[in-house]
Design a binder for this molecule. Structure first.
Ligand SMILES: [Zn+2]
Length: 496
């Protein structure tokens, strides 16, 4: 982690040096502009990016954000007073009304944009090993698991079948239909805790989450009657992680659940000793799609009100916890950007648009609907920011878009460096709800957040307010406020 940060900081310093040279360079100095072109191929060697006034205001926003508990109060209300906010639930609707009211109270022009969302409801979820080597007569071993979002139900009385353990898709294929048919396939692919400990939690998650999304259909194609995965995340204390599965069109839908790490170890230890049979009961229901909303609040720009900078998080959450880190925190720090601009009496040149997205977790309907309904105004979407990586200490900004975007953010990174968040890094995709806009050419940004512990709680019953450190949340608010306001006042277009 330390080594990684040191490398990033070094990169940040280099960037800053080259920009400083760029600002100071005279046109006759041929050596320096060449260097600048390597990192910043903008048409003018000395474009002004931010006015002196804007730069001073960014520092004011930074200080105000560090001193503010507004974001913490917002995420506390969303998680404690409203609670879990799965799409289609009464709590999700309450959260829509609440955020709309809070944005109105800030003086924003608020609209609810309708989105039809899936309405999946978790039911009972129990499992036990009913046959296994060494079993005392008449006993069973309880297995702790949770249904994957979107899972179909087992028969009403549950199902009982032998468990076949595979590590990955290749091992499943090598077994073939004969050894899978009629059985429960268990994908025992571990979340890489060491990778997470190095600060690469997102990568560890990405490697394992394919079994959650694609595992059930892969098992169904070989005739499995149910699919289990090892929970995708680092939780100990026998906590299962939910998350959406993605049934393929060309496969039967079979019940799907995630077992805890501890139960994964248990099954994996017993299976090589002899046949292991499980009784599994899942009773989720898929109700008709429900009406819900993206909550949109505009702080109108003074010069280019039609041009918008989106700052956002997603309002829906999984149902097991109270959706504090995923993603009440992201919504709260998006609201914070508008709150601080209002509090300091600043006037952004472009519109700052706060969006609380609906249905990121099990359908992405909010982000997709917005991009399709606003496709005609895509040229006026100057940039989009989304925070959806928890509330850990931020290190800087992820960028998805043209390489030239990095130079545009150089002076912003210099300001953010003072609160420990001066990194600028590229990723192909930085926010699930804003990615449909990225595909239409809108530059996308998100926060680089400490990911070491995020996946210990994410999508579990332990995603609760106590996991948020108010100081670290405030640091995330700094980036949203500074970045949104900087983009709203940028003197140059963003390359796209
Ligand atoms: Zn999320």
């Amino acid at each position: 982690m330390l080594r990684l940060v040191a490398g990033h900081l070094f990169g940040g310093v280099l960037l800053f040096v080259s920009l400083s040279l760029g600002e100071a360079a005279s046109p006759r100095d041929s050596a320096v502009p060449e260097k600048i072109e390597a990192t910043s191929p903008s048409p003018s060697p000395t474009p002004q990016l931010y006015s002196a006034q804007t730069l001073a205001e960014l520092k004011q926003l930074q200080q105000a954000a560090l001193a503010s508990d507004y974001a913490y109060r917002q995420v506390a209300h969303l998680s404690n007073n409203i609670g879990a906010r799965l799409s289609g639930s009464a709590q999700a609707q309450k959260a829509v009304d609440y955020v709309a009211g809070e944005l109105k109270a800030l003086g924003l022009a608020v609209q609810l944009e309708k989105v039809m969302v899936p309405h999946w409801v978790r039911g009972e979820e129990t499992a036990a090993l009913v046959q296994f080597p060494g079993q005392a007569p008449g006993t069973s071993q309880k297995i702790v698991l949770t249904a994957l979002g979107g899972s179909v139900a087992t028969p009403r009385e549950g199902l009982t079948a032998e468990v076949v353990v595979v590590r990955d898709f290749d091992e499943l294929q090598s077994l073939g239909k004969e050894k899978v048919q009629g059985r429960i396939v268990f994908f025992n692919y571990p979340y890489d805790r060491r990778m997470a400990a190095e600060g690469r939690g997102g990568e560890a998650y990405g490697e394992a989450v394919v079994y959650r999304s694609d595992g059930p259909s892969a098992a169904a194609r070989l005739g499995a009657v149910a699919a289990l995965i090892r929970s995708v995340g680092g939780a100990a204390c026998r906590l299962p992680h939910t998350g959406a599965t993605d049934y393929a069109q060309n496969a039967a839908k079979i019940p799907a659940a995630a077992v805890t790490d501890e139960d994964a170890e248990l099954i994996a230890a017993l299976a090589p000793q002899g046949p292991v049979k499980m009784h599994l009961l899942l009773t989720p229901q898929e109700l008709p799609d429900a009406v819900s909303y993206n909550v949109i609040g505009d702080l109108k720009g003074s010069e280019h009100p039609e041009q918008v900078v989106i700052v956002s998080g997603h309002l829906d959450s999984w149902d097991l916890g109270t959706g504090a880190i995923d993603d009440g925190a992201g919504v709260a720090v998006a609201m914070q950007a508008a709150n601080l601009v209002r509090q300091l009496g600043l006037h952004p040149r472009r519109t700052i648009r706060v969006i609380a997205w609906m249905n990121e977790e099990n359908g992405l309907r909010g982000g997709k609907t917005y991009a399709s309904e606003h496709a005609k105004q895509v040229a006026d979407h100057f940039a989009a920011i989304e925070t959806d990586g928890g509330a850990g200490h931020p290190l800087g900004i992820y960028i998805a878009g043209k390489r030239e975007l990095k130079a545009r953010l150089g002076p912003v990174a210099k300001v953010l460096q003072a609160s420990g968040a001066g990194l600028l890094e590229f990723r192909d995709e930085v926010g699930a709800d804003i990615n449909p806009l990225a595909k239409l050419g809108v530059p996308n940004f998100s926060l680089i957040q400490d990911s070491r512990f995020y996946f210990d709680y994410h999508h579990t019953a332990a995603d609760t307010l106590d996991k948020i450190d108010p100081k670290e949340l405030a640091e995330n608010g700094v980036i949203n406020a500074v970045l949104a306001y900087a983009l709203a006042n940028l003197e140059q277009p963003l390359p796209r």
